[in-house]
Design a protein around this ligand. Structure first.
Ligand code: BDR
Ligand code: CA
Length: 317
């Protein structure tokens, strides 16, 4: 069993990954921590609580950061054109407030205390900005040695970005936090656009799952329609299932090809938020990648098998 804390900014693709983590038989979802990004922290936390309630998820929800780790960074408008005004693709019927308790701790402290209570056992699956993870490391650096693995959706190495020519949204949203996470002495697996942008689910594949699935899968289909429309420019009648790729890695790493090396994040300038790996074995003059932990970066994926595993898992009601 993989004990997972899911750090998320729901978010349409976040919602699919949440259902995957909830339904996969080898995953024990022990916490959901929220982060701002696809919408404000109030909205992403409300959405996490909404999905928890609708899908009967036992894991507690802890509310996370609402500003970047360097608070002097300017916030841009929420990407409502991607995830809708309510963060769930403008799905109707999402109440303003959900009548469920939120964990009293801020997300980063929830992470620290849960990791300390389960030493060596917790996998952090982080699919939004890395702010909560960086705050946890700053407050308690020893957790790096107590976490089993950190699997993140973010970054891009040998393909273009999606919010700038060189940067991906989750990393670009808080580059300083991402650099802290990548360079800490824990095992990070980076599932970036190199693999998620080629893992696309068509509208008809989603619809077919909805027809065979229960209420939760039908809701996923409903809330995905706006997001599929957004992807018109890049995908033929379908959507990139970014966050689910990170969730799938936890149980099926054999579906990915990877390289290893030190990873840094560019902070500032025209390449703000760019992720750069120094592949192990390549020699360069002394520089900013020296002495870093060797992290795992996905460069290839068996997309069809990933989609099949998502389908099979979501249909396990
Ligand atoms: C990432 O950004 C968000 O819009 C998605 O939820 C995903 O985590 C893709 O760049
Ligand atoms: Ca996300």
């Amino acid at each position: 069993m993989h004990k997972v804390i899911y750090d998320t900014d729901p978010g349409v693709d976040d919602a699919m990954a949440l259902l995957f983590l909830h339904r996969h038989p080898e995953i024990d979802l022990i916490g959901i921590t929220t982060i701002f990004g696809n919408a404000s922290i109030e909205t992403t936390t409300r959405n996490a609580l909404f999905l928890k309630q609708e899908w009967n998820i036992a894991a507690p929800v802890a509310k996370g950061a609402n500003v970047t780790i360097d608070p002097s960074r300017h916030e841009r408008p929420w990407p409502t054109f991607v995830h809708g005004d309510n963060g769930l693709g403008n799905m109707p019927g999402v109440p303003d407030k959900i009548d469920l308790p939120v964990d009293p701790r801020p997300a980063h402290r929830f992470i620290i205390e849960t990791v300390r209570a389960n030493p060596g056992e917790v996998t952090l699956v982080a699919v939004g900005r890395m702010t909560n993870l960086a705050l946890a490391l700053q407050e308690d650096p020893e957790i790096a040695g107590l976490v089993k693995a950190v699997v993140i959706m973010g970054g891009n190495f040998y393909v273009p970005g999606n919010v700038s020519p060189v940067a991906e949204a989750n990393i670009h949203g808080d580059p300083e936090a991402a650099d802290i996470v990548m360079t800490a002495p824990w095992k990070v697996v980076v599932i970036g656009l190199d693999v998620t942008a080629i893992t696309t689910m068509s509208r008809s594949y989603m619809r077919d799952m909805a027809e065979k699935g229960d209420k939760a899968v039908k809701q996923l289909d409903e809330l995905s329609q706006f997001y599929i429309d957004f992807y018109k420019h890049a995908v033929e009648d379908g959507m990139m299932v970014h966050d689910s790729c990170a969730a799938v890695y936890v149980v099926a790493p054999e579906l990915f090809t990877t390289i290893t090396g030190g990873v840094r994040v560019v902070c500032g300038g025209i390449a703000d938020g760019q992720t750069v790996i120094k592949p192990d074995g390549r020699r360069f003059p002394p520089g900013d990648w020296d002495g870093l932990p060797s992290q795992i970066v996905a460069t290839g994926i068996e997309s069809d098998k990933v989609l099949s595993l998502i389908r099979e898992t979501l249909l396990r009601a």
